[in-house]
Design a protein around this ligand. Structure first.
Ligand SMILES: Nc1ncnc2c1ncn2[C@@H]1O[C@H](COP(=O)(O)OP(=O)(O)OP(=O)(O)O)[C@@H](O)[C@H]1O
Ligand SMILES: [Mg+2]
Length: 272
């Protein structure tokens, strides 16, 4: 009984949270996109990031992963400050950006794109035995039978699923998804929900940008809602999240994505 008190209770270590952002400010092209965002994602938590078009959701996840520069505030991933990228355990992080093609003009096969998820800054070739985990990640997204086809012939939704497989092959402790449901059909959405259920059982933390909770509604117990670059809700998913969010009128939508190497954002992150 005593062990319960002395041995089994994990020490409170806020710095080791998968994600911890404090007073985060991001300015892009002279516009203030994020204005003082605080966000924690705890071990095993599944968090939806919601908000209208242009509210800053993608910018927030990019700032968390050090893809866009932070003008004020701090971000730590697993206790490591992303300002010094060398100390961040990038191998524990999987990232699926919003709507970038998996192809980017290269003749890589689906299997090769997935295997590229096993690369990091020390490893420019996939590790020995890479085929089996890469195949099983492709199987997870229902594309094992197309493993040897060039991704440039895949549909947008299929490319998205290849990118999800590439994030999964890392067996990440933190998975960051930016609009994973957009452009994928109902069956694929259900299979993504099943995949995330499996990840939850493994204790993986998930932060996912969404427009509507859709098939993930049962999984996501917490929602963070952004509005004009500020957190306006952090708690139970609001009922409105079941529907579709409208555009945020004040902002233009022209600069949707800053240039990220769409072929391998993880590698780009790891190399810096
Ligand atoms: N590189 C950039 N330069 C200037 N403005 C930018 C840049 N990147 C994003 N923005 C602007 O920042 C705002 C937030 O963009 P962001 O992509 O984070 O929104 P979002 O919430 O992800 O929207 P959506 O739901 O459409 O994906 C938008 O007004 C956008 O135009
Ligand atoms: Mg976005």
């Amino acid at each position: 009984m005593l062990r319960l008190v002395t041995g089994d209770v994990a020490p409170y270590r806020p710095m080791a949270l998968p994600v911890r952002a404090r007073d985060l400010h991001v300015t892009l092209g002279g516009a203030r996109i994020l204005q003082g965002v605080d966000l924690d994602v705890r071990d095993g938590e599944m968090v939806a990031l919601l908000g209208a078009n242009g509210s800053g959701k993608s910018t927030l996840v990019k700032a968390l992963l050090s893809v866009v520069p932070v003008s004020r505030g701090t971000v730590t991933l697993f206790g490591a400050d992303v300002a010094d990228r060398r100390h961040v355990p990038w191998r524990r992080v999987g990232y699926v950006p919003q709507r970038v093609g998996a192809a980017s003009g290269t003749p890589a096969t689906a299997l090769e794109v997935v295997a590229s998820g096993l690369l990091d800054n020390r490893r420019l070739r996939p590790p020995r035995g890479w085929r089996e985990p890469a195949m099983s990640a492709l199987d997870e997204v229902g594309l094992a039978d197309r493993a040897h086809e060039t991704v440039s012939v895949f549909s947008g939704g299929q490319q998205q699923r290849v990118l999800i497989a590439r994030a999964l092959v890392r067996r990440p402790d933190l998975l960051v998804l930016d609009e994973p449901l957009t452009g994928i059909d109902r069956d694929s959405q259900e299979s993504l929900a099943a995949t995330l259920t499996g990840l939850r059982e493994r204790g993986t933390s998930v932060l996912t940008v969404l427009h509507e909770l859709g098939s993930l509604a049962g999984l996501l117990e917490r929602a963070v809602v952004l509005r004009h670059g500020r957190v306006v809700h952090d708690g139970a998913p609001p009922p409105a999240a079941a529907g579709h969010c409208g555009p945020e009128h004040e902002h233009h939508h022209a600069h949707e994505d800053v240039p990220v190497d769409p072929h391998n954002p993880e590698l780009r992150l790891g190399l810096s």
